[in-house]
Design a protein around this ligand. Structure first.
Ligand code: APR
Ligand code: PHB
Length: 388
């Protein structure tokens, strides 16, 4: 088999890249380890920056998102029993769109089907070869060994995939911070407690009220890393959530049975460089943010933007500048999103080793944010997404 761009991983990064390149007349083959149902079973944040929304439009897959997504032009921040609003529209003239990542992925798969694009599911033993020469990918599919020759490889295979590992250790640098807590999240078929998201710092720990649609809500509470979802009955979850959010929200919260319950650890991670020879890393394969601020999918999108632009320049305009500067441009934006996610995480969580002084600092930071327009602008600009 031969293609122009071999894409490893059929998550949102790989699918979006494949769709954009297809529209530009550049051939791709996507290799995905899991089944489509498995990929669509993952539940992840659904807060989309305008940059991401525009890429979906450019890829021709925005119809349902534009019809069903919710425009949010602000968010609520709560601490103790106080609450204030960050007005994105006022501070940035911009907004975010709430539309589940599962739906984004579903729309991308449907578009691939409609265009007859190749996504090979159920591959194993994926190996990246001759990255600084004539690149090719080998893998096993249906019990047979296969080889895919290509010009370039996009490593869109998430944090645990083989692409990042294919960059030699003497070239690769990794930066990591692991946080000493997790998020216990539940999905429930209940109306959201508010039209906007509520990020709450309480003395019992962080909580977040989020949503997918008018009758599907997503809530989180900060939990211990030693907890297991089975330790938490639905009732225990709702009780704890209510203790951590402002009273008026707790009073109007509509609870119901959870349809999903899971714990995610929080980490910040970046690998450098994001290019090695013919290999370009994108999305979770290259970096992870803690979910505070919902930058996971959005950081993947900025990588896809830079890589897509670079590949179009290369194939259609015979200009390698975009590819040559990919790593530098992508990382420059990634580190800013890492900083924002780290800052939001520090602002809103209780840390096991936090001193009384640290808690006072956190509170001063929150009060400053509540009262200061410039501080709110900084948050708003980062939340709606820095320009590409
Ligand atoms: N071979 C083929 N595919 C693989 C392999 C492999 N060896 N290893 C992993 N994959 C696939 C995974 O099954 C997954 O479908 O790569 C895909 C990677 O998808 P994601 O983990 O969703 O990563 P990405 O597409 O970069 O999306 C980033 O996902 O984790 C969230 O917060 C993150 O929202 C962000 C988004
Ligand atoms: C979510 O809806 O799952 C969500 C929203 C905002 C975040 C993180 C997760 O910051």
């Amino acid at each position: 088999m031969r293609t122009q761009v071999a894409i490893i991983g059929g998550g949102p990064s790989g699918l979006l890249l494949s769709q954009l390149l297809h529209k530009a007349g550049i051939e791709t083959v996507v290799l995905e380890r899991q089944t489509r149902d498995y990929v669509l079973g993952r539940i992840r944040a659904g807060v989309l920056e305008t940059g991401f929304v525009n890429l979906m439009r450019e890829a021709g897959v925005a119809e349902r998102m534009d019809a069903e997504g919710f425009v949010h032009d602000g968010t609520l921040i709560a601490y103790d029993n106080e609450q204030f609003r960050i007005d994105f529209a006022k501070h940035t003239n911009n907004h975010v769109v709430v539309y589940g990542q599962t739906e984004v992925t579903r729309d991308l798969y449907n578009a691939r089907d409609a265009m007859g694009g190749t996504v090979i599911h159920g591959v194993s033993d994926v190996e990246l070869n001759d990255l600084t020469g004539k690149p090719y990918v080998t893998f096993t599919h249906d019990g047979q060994s296969k080889r895919l020759d290509c010009d370039f490889i996009a490593g869109c295979d998430g944090f645990h995939g083989p692409s990042r590992q294919a960059i030699p250790l003497d070239v690769r640098r990794e930066y990591e911070k692991v946080y000493p807590f997790g998020w216990l999240g539940i999905l429930s078929e209940t109306p959201p407690v508010d039209d906007e998201l509520i990020y709450a710092n309480s003395e019992r720990g962080f909580a977040l009220c989020s949503m997918r649609n008018a009758n599907l809500s997503r809530y989180y509470v900060q939990c211990s890393l030693s907890d297991s979802p089975d330790d938490w009955t639905d009732q225990a979850f709702w009780d704890e959530l209510k203790r951590r959010i402002p009273e008026d929200a707790a009073d109007k919260l509509i609870t119901g049975p959870s349809i999903e319950k899971s714990i995610a650890p929080l980490r910040s991670f970046v690998t450098e460089p994001m290019r090695y020879g013919a290999l370009f890393l994108c999305g979770d394969a290259a970096h992870i943010v803690p979910p505070t601020g919902a930058k996971g999918l959005n950081t993947a999108a900025s990588d896809i933007h830079y890589l897509y632009t670079g590949l179009v320049q290369h194939y259609l305009h015979n200009d390698s500048n975009g590819l040559d500067t990919y790593s530098q441009k992508a990382l420059s934006r990634i580190w800013k999103a890492e900083r924002f996610s780290w800052w939001m995480t520090n602002l809103l969580h209780r840390f096991p080793d936090q001193s009384a002084f640290d808690i006072k600092m956190q509170r001063a930071d929150l009060e400053f944010l509540r009262d200061n327009d410039a501080a709110q602008t900084v948050l708003a600009e980062n939340y709606v997404g820095l320009p590409y």
